[in-house]
Design a protein around this ligand. Structure first.
Ligand code: GCV
Length: 609
């Protein structure tokens, strides 16, 4: 097996952790080492160099019952050892005062396949899996530390398009080895499971969730897993979606399927995260963005209490901008989790600098975090030396963890923190510009990829670059760009109104239902998501729709050019290795932004005249 090794810089954290468990009052001396090269492998942890050499750690059982911490000067106090661990990293980044985790479940979802490839991964192969079934324990430890430093406390180790082999004994043993490394860092492991596993492995004749032999199989499997991994977290399931097996195959419901797994995990306190990302199953032909609600709303209240419905932030599929998914409004008696995508499947993948915190904050402005039991992020981590492919993609991993801990943090605070921890900010003359670049980057991406709510016009399958004329008759229509933009001589956009369209607006709570339904009140950022709009329609700027689209494509392109300028001006303050890598990526981003502009204005322009 050939595996790229990172220059992992050992610290004494592990020993430190063991000491923390045993003592209620410790003065701990850290030894710090300098990262040997600025290759990005130390993520945001590099600047612990030279931090104070002593820290006082105290356990206080009168603190609130969670893993929060209080920092006062050089003293960190917490109720639990995990709280001390989190407090230590908070102290290293300069925090003072008290802080508690908002979400109890702060989980990464890896879409890693057992052969080592990663679905929608842009940073090399999996750190966990490969044909040889070997992983680098030092790397897993470094991964654990990075996650612990931002409060992430769970990880799903494999792709939601799950192989039945994941639940065979030899793989479960590997999972145990990984779990043993992650445990001291407060991270529990979870697995994605293929609903058809017992049948696919030839161990039952069916995978019908109401069949006693199937139920028994899952019970025994759960017991087998927990015997090896007593703190195993539970299962994540993609069922009856994009070709995956599920309860519909036996005429059963999502609730039947989820509850069977929940019953198997219940004796061990495990949970089932059942995904609502379904389309083309029971409601084939219906507007794709409506199908999750159509399939799940009638099941509200029918799930066991250890089932959590996990839904993507938007109703379609991780577009650069989507209105929030109305399933968060519709499920009132079912626990819910939000699934965010850290890996940039539709946002320039490994090549574009797009800071995602503003997108996730936008989601939280519609779906109150208080409605959610947890939060999941589809990871952007691979074997690349810098973990994430693009140095600035590290900021998205960081932002996910920070928002999972505290969704009230602002994008600016997070970006500031990350910049401070990632670069030698004393040396950078244009810090404010770098910050501004990060904060503007998501909107720039929206401008050059999907102005005014124009969505899913990506090249087929790999989702990088534009293909507005995309149509393949053998594909499901809802995979084809023309299904989404509906451009014709009159105008452009998907009519989802209640009067003339698909009625998707009706799935939203008020006031959004009425706001989105009416062309006059629909926010322009969602205009073409909800309406088919005449080319001559006057937008708020006074420009016609067509002029406004062209204006926004140009604005996106200009923004990326400005990012290149900013990066040039930061050259003296950033190490050569990382500076050059980001510079090359920004140039690629500019070429891509121009391509979006050229292809889209060329294609849509042909309808206008
Ligand atoms: C893991 C989209 C992506 C798929 C992904 C799927 C999902 O369709 O393109 O790669 O599969 O979403 O979230 O299940």
């Amino acid at each position: 097996m050939k595996r790229e090794m990172r220059e992992y810089v050992a610290t004494e954290n592990n020993r430190w952790w063991m000491m923390v468990i045993c003592l209620s009052f410790i003065i701990c001396h850290f030894s710090f080492c300098v990262a040997l090269a600025e290759d990005g492998s130390r993520l945001w942890l590099r600047n612990d160099v030279g931090a104070a050499d002593s820290l006082i750690l105290k356990i206080d059982i009168k603190m609130p019952k969670d893993d929060g911490y209080r920092i006062s000067g050089n003293t960190v106090t917490a109720r639990t050892p995990k709280g001390l661990l989190y407090g230590k990293y908070a102290w290293l980044r300069g925090e003072q005062g008290e802080s508690h985790p908002y979400f109890k479940l702060r989980i990464l979802n890896h879409w890693d396949n057992l052969n080592g490839s990663i679905e929608r991964g842009y940073a090399g192969n999996s750190i966990f899996w490969n044909e040889e079934m070997e992983f680098d324990p030092q790397l897993i430890k470094a991964y654990a530390e990075a996650n612990a430093s931002i409060g992430i406390n769970g990880t799903v180790l494999n792709n939601v398009n799950a192989s039945p082999n994941m639940l065979t004994r030899k793989y479960i043993k590997k999972v145990k080895e990984i779990a043993d490394i992650l445990r001291p860092w407060g991270i529990r492991v979870y697995l994605s499971v293929n609903f058809g596993t017992p049948k696919a492995l030839g161990e039952t004749e069916t995978a019908d969730p109401l069949d006693p032999s199937v139920r028994l199989w899952w019970k025994k499997k759960a017991a087998q897993i927990y015997k090896l991994i007593p703190d195993f977290g539970g299962f994540l399931v993609k069922a009856n979606s994009e070709g995956q097996p599920g309860p519909f195959d036996y005429g059963r419901t999502h609730a039947d399927g989820a509850n069977m797994l929940a019953d198997a995990l219940k004796p061990f306190d495990g949970i089932v995260m059942w995904r609502s990302f379904v389309y083309g199953a029971k409601h084939k032909g219906e507007d794709r963005v409506k199908q999750a609600v159509s399939e799940f709303a009638e099941l509200d209240g029918k799930f066991r209490d250890n089932v959590i419905l996990q839904s993507k932030n938007g109703p379609l599929d991780f577009q650069p901008r989507e209105p929030y998914a109305p399933i968060f409004d519709q499920m009132k008696q079912t626990s819910q989790m939000a699934e965010l995508q850290i890996t940039q499947e539709y946002l320039g993948q490994g090549d574009h600098l797009v800071f995602l915190a503003p997108m996730w904050k936008e989601f939280f402005s519609f779906v109150s975090p208080s409605k959610l039991r947890g939060i999941a992020g589809v990871a952007n981590i691979g074997l690349d030396k810098n973990w994430c492919g693009h140095h600035f993609a590290q900021a998205n991993w960081y932002a996910f963890g920070r928002l999972a801990w505290n969704p009230a943090m602002s994008s600016r605070q997070i970006a500031e923190e990350w910049l401070q921890l990632t670069f030698d900010s004393e040396k950078i003359a244009n810090k404010d510009d770098l910050l501004s670049m990060m904060l503007r980057s998501r909107e720039a991406c929206v401008d050059y990829m999907m102005p005014l709510g124009l969505h899913h016009i990506f090249k087929f399958d790999h989702h990088m670059g534009p293909q507005p004329d995309g149509y393949i008759p053998s594909y499901p229509l809802e995979w084809c760009p023309i299904y989404y933009h509906k451009a014709d001589k009159q105008g452009i956009g998907f009519d989802r109104t209640t009067t003339t369209g698909t009625g998707a607006t009706k799935q939203y709570r008020e006031p959004y239902c009425s706001l989105y339904d009416d062309l006059k009140t629909c926010p322009e950022q969602y205009l073409l998501w909800f309406h088919h709009v005449p080319w001559t329609y006057r937008t708020l700027s006074g420009r016609t729709l067509w002029e406004e689209l062209k204006y926004r494509y140009q604005r996106g392109v200009s923004e990326v050019e400005d990012f290149i300028r900013i990066w040039q001006e930061s050259k003296d303050g950033i190490d050569e290795e990382r500076w050059k890598a980001v510079d090359a990526k920004l140039k690629k981003q500019s070429i891509d932004a121009h391509e979006w502009q050229r292809v889209c204005t060329g294609y849509f322009g042909s309808f206008v005249n």
